[in-house]
Ligand binder design. Structure first.
Ligand code: ATP
Length: 209
């Protein structure tokens, strides 16, 4: 039987319940066997506030996903030199899982911008795309659908290769979590308890200046 594998990339600095609900919705909607969380290298351009190391981000992802056999953390983008283009990540994962059917999870904002990514047709050839909406990207579902039609019309390779996933809309980002920690506010319910414990124990995201 074909292995149906999801691929969810991001900085996950830290992983939060928005990510986990998206992952759960994609696996459920598409009947995936497994979903890989693929932490990206951190962008040096966004280094102006406290960030976690690669090993802390991986540890938090592992703690968050430990109780769910459908989820795995994969270091493919951490264990090779940057830049990590999605098309290369997918090619490496396809080689590591021969015969698997890949589904790449992508936020609506990124998907609308796909024509500017490296080799979008290669991405669509390697993986089916599961698009997830996020609060604040489109003003209404009608506007979202117009923008989706316009964006996909310019990329014929996407025809029949993507779907919009009906996931809960959670207005939460890793930036919000880092800010709350820096401001001394609670992050309870916004991240799994094990992630909050890791952040507290390792003193992450606290402003030093
Ligand atoms: P940051 O605030 O540091 O930019 P983030 O939480 O917005 O972090 P990533 O950790 O890079 O983003 O997220 C990985 C992927 O998850 C991206 O595709 C992003 O669009 C998506 N994502 C993050 N938060 C949500 C959310 N609340 N709802 C839907 N998708 C989300």
């Amino acid at each position: 039987m074909t292995l149906r594998l999801g691929v969810f990339g991001g900085t996950f600095d830290p992983v939060h319940i928005g990510h986990l609900l998206v992952a759960d919705a994609v696996v459920e909607a598409l009947g995936l066997d497994r979903l890989l969380f693929v932490p990206a290298q951190r962008s040096p351009l966004k280094a102006d506030d406290p960030r976690a190391t690669d090993s802390d981000r991986v540890a938090m992802l592992e703690a968050a996903t430990a109780g769910d056999g459908r989820f795995t953390v994969h270091r493919v983008d951490l264990d090779r030199p940057p830049p990590s283009y999605t098309v290369d990540t997918l090619r490496l994962l396809a080689e590591a899982h021969p015969g698997a059917e890949l589904t790449f999870v992508v936020g609506l904002d990124s998907f609308l911008d796909l024509s500017r990514w490296r080799d979008p047709a290669g991405i669509a050839a390697l993986a089916y795309l599961a698009v997830v909406d996020r609060p604040g990207i489109a003003a209404s579902s009608a506007e979202r659908d117009v923008r989706l039609s316009a964006a996909t019309a310019t990329l014929p390779a996407l025809l029949g290769r993507w779907t919009l996933i009906d996931a809960p809309l959670i207005d939460l980002s890793a930036t919000d979590i880092r800010r709350r920690v820096a401001d001394g506010k609670s992050i309870r319910w916004r991240v799994p308890e094990a992630v909050a414990d890791h952040i507290a124990t390792h003193d992450l995201y606290r402003r030093t200046t």
